[in-house]
Ligand binder design. Structure first.
Ligand code: MG
Length: 380
């Protein structure tokens, strides 16, 4: 019989490389071939277990190699021998033991909450305070350098009931962006379109180009200029009618406070991989809410495990009201690590009701795609 006093006795960490269906150009980096993530499984003395995922991106938050080392060398000693119910204390100690590495910390927190949820027969959203919504509108990002491939994908998305797309802009020139927006406006009239520059513009050119973009009535413009150029973000937020969404400018709660104070945006993208877990993500969402800004459920290049963690956070965070982008497991990866498909129905992510993450991980797939493995026990 497991309980919240059950002691973490073993952690296993896999560096996994998953093949992808097509290349994607996200401005700050081109992804092709495979996506690399780190999968964590922790186990308790009485047989409890939980899964988590670190999904780094080298041009944004970090690397899979660093996440692997963070978990196996620096965070394992923090969690081994501790009761699974001590999540808040363990995560505070994790921040003391290791600077940065938010993806590894997100994996650790996810695995602990998954284990707690399985122990209590409660979904993670219940542990986070209860449900604000039972489904989340899904946005799929269009980022293929070959736009005709995206148009084919859009046909499939529409048949699947997807109503939101995010166009990755600023990668192949302004004319390419305008051409694609015109095409979407003509051929897909009732689509909710957002654009994301991934910091792709220099401030000197940004305002004129974004005035062109504004003519298409997009829902928001995400991170047009470099994340640390807060003055340029603030100027664009003032100058434009279209809401500006901060992504690379806001990782955790402290930057969210700074973003509110300096008015650098109209809304904030919350990602567990930027801030280090679901509880921190809810803090960012709460800061945004207090400032009258809605939040958006962003992600990195993730498998269904990290998508599920994000889903539980958004389920419990009323202010993350602009939808989510947990599409990779279904539409981008050749194969996922979940035993049953990540739950999407008619354009919405369905919040699972089962214990913990609400889905099991297929261990044989984790092993099949693993390129590195570490295992650490309490006694070793
Ligand atoms: Mg973004």
């Amino acid at each position: 019989m497991t309980s919240f006093s059950d002691i973490v006795s073993r952690i296993q960490v896999w560096h996994v490389a998953l093949p992808v269906k097509s290349p994607r150009d996200h401005g700050s980096g081109l992804v092709s071939g495979s996506v690399e993530v780190v999968v964590l499984r922790l186990e308790t003395i009485d047989g409890g277990y939980g899964w988590g995922e670190a999904s780094p991106w080298s041009v944004f938050t970090g690397t899979a190699e660093a996440a692997m080392a963070a978990l196996a060398r620096y965070l394992a000693p923090v969690v081994l021998g501790r009761p699974i119910g001590d999540v808040a204390a363990i995560m505070t100690d994790a921040d003391r033991a290791l600077v940065g590495h938010p993806e590894a910390k997100a994996a650790l927190e996810t695995a602990l909450l998954d284990c707690m949820g399985r122990t209590a027969s409660l979904p993670i959203w219940a542990l986070l305070g209860g449900r604000a919504r039972s489904s989340i509108p899904l946005s799929v990002s269009l980022a293929d350098p070959d736009f005709s491939a995206d148009v084919d994908l859009l046909g499939q998305l529409r048949r699947d009931g997807i109503g939101i797309v995010k166009l990755k802009t600023g990668t192949k020139g302004h004319d390419f962006d305008i051409m694609r927006l015109e095409r979407l406006q003509i051929d897909f009239t009732d689509l909710d379109v957002r654009v994301d520059y991934n910091q792709g513009m220099q401030p000197f050119e940004a305002l004129r180009r974004l005035r062109d973009i504004e003519a298409f009535s997009v829902t928001f413009i995400e991170q047009p200029v470099p994340g640390d150029d807060r003055a340029a973000m603030a100027e664009l937020t003032t100058a434009l009618d279209t809401p500006i969404l901060a992504d690379e400018s806001v990782f955790g709660p402290r930057q969210a406070v700074e973003a509110v104070e300096a008015q650098i945006c109209d809304c904030i993208s919350v990602k567990i991989m930027k801030c280090g877990g679901m509880r921190r993500g809810m803090e960012v969402a709460a800061i945004a809410e207090a400032a009258g800004m809605p939040a958006y459920g962003g992600d990195m290049f993730e498998t269904g495990i990290a998508h599920l963690a994000g889903t539980h956070m958004i389920a419990a965070a009323p202010n993350i009201s602009l939808g989510c982008e947990f599409y990779q497991a279904r539409y981008y990866l050749e194969d996922d690590l979940l035993a049953k498909p990540f739950p999407i129905d008619n354009g919405e992510v369905i919040v699972p009701d089962g214990p913990g993450l609400g889905r099991d991980v297929d261990m044989s797939k984790v092993k099949e795609y693993a390129i590195d493995y570490r295992e650490i026990s309490a006694e070793s």
